[in-house]
Design a protein around this ligand. Structure first.
Ligand code: PMP
Length: 365
């Protein structure tokens, strides 16, 4: 029987498999597998969202004008240069499709965010992976992997799943080393978790550059992952191109309202960041104390830790053991890290329970 034939390159895509939120038997899990805010959503964002559901019959503001203004005011950006997406994922995909296609290369670092591979293949471009340096970005290796076919470079900063961060000078050096016809996508999904002064300078750089797109999300510290809303900033020419291919009405009315409230709720952001920093350092210390059992933490600037298991206790066994206690975490064999387990920083009680279970498993192994 004849059927529509998908493009060859579509068949090369391994679907993105998100962390589980329920066990196979339907039992709910405590989800430390998707890097969401364990404290949830701030009251202001929740109230704004509920109020915005009063009118469900009308389409959302297609230009997201108030949202762009709010983002511009908080970050000192021209709202005309702010674009919004159904999650920052949509922006990654449309950046790839606007600037690359069959025969082109899309470059990223080993252990880069899983969507980069899919975004490249989806448009028929070739994903090219540059070597890392101890799980972090090696700018020299990245630049050395550029070819005359490179059209887009994706860099998550800080990166998921490693949690590592490339500093301001290195980002500037990367940008300076790229041909001006290559689009550099700086994916700052976890930027709000950085301490003051740790900023990678991407937004500042993008104010004068003509080949940088910075992407951000409301899914992480703002606690709005359910609403699927992200934003990006670039020069007018790039923004104009991306608008051509984003989905119409790609951000809901409730999402826009909640995001405006969330970005202005600095108290919620600050308490979430403080909570995260405290329990991330605490968990890193607890895991570090298990180094005699082969456990190691990759230094993290995010709301999760990548733990490497090189002793008797394997990452897979640790994932299963935590699962038995009701905790979903992210084992990463599909991303070339069969010894890696990514764990979101949860509430105090969750983080303590995870540490206790890891210790018990490591000592028993
Ligand atoms: N970039 C990175 C590095 C991420 O980890 C994520 C979420 N896992 C995203 C982008 C996409 O997030 P969203 O589409 O929810 O904005």
């Amino acid at each position: 029987m004849t059927q529509p034939a998908p493009k060859d390159w579509i068949m090369g895509i391994s679907p993105y498999i998100p962390g589980k939120s329920a066990a196979d038997d339907g039992r709910p899990l405590i989800k430390l597998s998707a890097n969401e805010n364990p404290l949830g959503t701030g009251a202001a964002a929740r109230a704004a969202l509920v109020a915005a559901t009063a009118d469900l019959a009308s389409y959302p503001d297609p230009a997201a004008t108030r949202l762009r203004e709010a983002i511009g005011a908080v970050h000192g950006l021209d709202p005309a240069q702010v674009i919004y997406g159904t999650g920052s994922d949509e922006l990654l995909h449309i950046a790839a499709s606007a600037y690359a296609g069959p025969g082109d290369e899309i470059l990223y670092v080993r252990y880069g965010f899983a969507v980069y591979d899919i975004a490249a293949r989806r448009v028929g471009a070739t994903p090219v992976v540059a070597p890392d340096k101890d799980y972090a970005t090696d700018v020299d290796a990245l630049l050395a992997t550029v070819t005359d076919k490179t059209k887009v470079v994706f860099l998550a900063n800080p990166n998921n799943p490693t949690g590592t961060m490339t500093g301001r000078e290195e980002i500037a050096r990367l940008h300076a080393g790229l041909r001006p016809d290559i689009l550099l996508v700086l994916d700052q999904a976890y930027a709000e978790y950085l301490d003051a002064g740790e900023d990678d300078g991407g937004l500042e750089l993008a104010k004068s550059a003509t080949n940088i797109l910075v992407t951000r999300t409301f899914s992480k510290i703002y606690g709005l992952a359910a609403e699927r809303i992200g934003w990006g900033y670039a020069c007018p020419a790039i923004i104009e191109i991306l608008h051509r291919i984003r989905a119409p009405f790609n951000v809901t009315t409730a999402g826009q309202a909640a995001a405006i409230a969330a970005i202005n709720d600095s108290g919620w952001v600050e308490s979430s960041r403080t909570h995260n920093a405290r329990w991330r350092e605490w968990l890193a210390g607890e895991v570090g104390a298990l180094s005699n059992h082969g456990l190691r933490v990759v230094p993290s600037k995010t709301n999760f830790l990548l733990i490497l298991f090189d002793g008797t206790l394997t990452a897979e066994a640790a994932m299963k053991g935590l699962w038995d206690e009701g905790y979903a975490t992210r084992w990463l064999p599909g991303q070339g890290l069969p010894n890696g387990l990514r764990i979101t920083i949860g509430t105090k009680a969750q983080t303590r329970a995870v540490a206790a279970k890891l210790r018990a498993m490591a000592e028993a192994a």
